[in-house]
Design a protein around this ligand. Structure first.
Ligand code: ADP
Ligand code: MG
Length: 311
């Protein structure tokens, strides 16, 4: 499955052999790579420093051979902030930054490799997550968020399935949701969850600190900036901004709080799960569950159902 097509080479990244492209963003490319000296497998996020300006990217660019490079000033500040924030964090639910370097043209973030890919792809592939599997995933994410909020004073601000990565590729194959096989296989989800049936997806980790922000000084647990000079509404605002990690507002409907537990898909979901979700989807950030309230909800405390008895 590796070495799909020719990998690019980057000046300044000679210590790594690129194996495969894993992510393709507007500003960054993420590669699976090997450290040629240690043999360690890593992920390398390559971020371009410069962008062609909008006019030069237009139709007439062939007329202008002398492309001027425009520094992406905001991006520069962001990537350095992303690195700065990631550097201070050491938690099992957060992707580790192993090293950082830059060349004239690029920034290179060498990251702990998560082979299992995005939660997003697993949702698409499996179509169905049992409550046990969902709990297994979201509890790890919640502990990561708890660490960011309560111990680092960091809000991530971009929690979504594309930025949540699995350690391993699940062993269960994909299948059609309405098939008989699917109904039977729902039972053996145990193999997905480590400690229940072995194998499985392993850990889930939070990636992509590109939009993250420090809101509290981690030593003093006071708002960043000089508190004595900060207006009350700013302090209040920053305190509330933590709640953005609890909800990812995707649409106008969600923003206004319009949602339903649509039948038949939600019929089999426990009342406890629905109660928790409704507390997370509160439009008013002051009413919305904090990460502590989330972790203390009965649904999060529930032990996974035991695997079915052998027949
Ligand atoms: P962007 O800011 O472009 O969204 P991300 O840091 O989210 O950059 O990386 C883009 C994609 O690359 C992710 O959605 C994921 O698919 C992949 N990726 C990022 N980091 C890793 C990693 N450490 N291990 C495996 N895949 C990764
Ligand atoms: Mg991302």
């Amino acid at each position: 499955r590796e070495a799909k097509g020719k990998m690019p080479t980057y000046k300044g990244l000679e210590n790594f052999r690129l194996i495969d492209k894993m992510g393709d963003g507007a500003f960054s490319n993420v590669y699976k790579a090997v450290d040629i000296h240690t043999g360690q497998r890593v992920a390398v996020k390559v971020v371009r420093k410069y962008e062609l300006s909008a006019s030069q990217a237009g139709d007439n660019k062939h007329l202008n051979k002398d492309f001027k490079k425009k520094p992406r000033v905001t991006e520069r500040a962001n990537i350095l902030k992303e690195v700065q924030i990631m550097r201070g964090i050491n938690h099992p639910a957060i992707v580790k930054l192993l090293s950082f370097s830059e060349s004239e043209e690029h920034y290179f973030l060498v990251l702990e490799l998560l082979e299992g890919g995005e939660l997003f792809h697993q949702i698409v592939k499996l179509t169905y997550f049992s409550e046990n599997l969902a709990r297994h995933v979201i509890l790890q994410v919640a502990h990561g968020i708890h660490h960011l909020h309560e111990e680092r004073g960091v809000v991530h601000r971009d929690i979504k399935p594309e930025n949540l990565l699995f350690e391993r590729i699940p062993i269960r194959p994909s299948r059609a949701p309405q098939s008989k096989q699917f109904e039977e296989d729902k039972e053996d989800e145990g193999e997905f969850i480590p400690g229940v049936g072995g194998g499985g997806i392993g850990r889930v980790k939070i990636a992509d600190f590109g939009l993250s922000k420090v809101v509290w000084d981690e030593q003093t647990m006071t708002p960043c900036g000089t508190v004595g000079y900060t207006a009350p509404e700013i302090v209040k605002d920053e305190r509330y901004s933590k709640s953005v990690d609890i909800i990812n507002v995707l649409t106008e409907k969600v923003a206004r709080g319009y949602y339903t537990f649509l039948s038949p898909w939600w019929d089999g979901i426990t009342a406890s799960a629905k109660d928790l979700i409704s507390h997370l989807l509160c439009v008013d950030p002051a009413q919305r569950y904090t990460i502590d309230e989330f972790l203390n909800h009965p649904w999060c405390k529930a032990a996974p159902a035991p695997p079915p008895p052998p027949t």
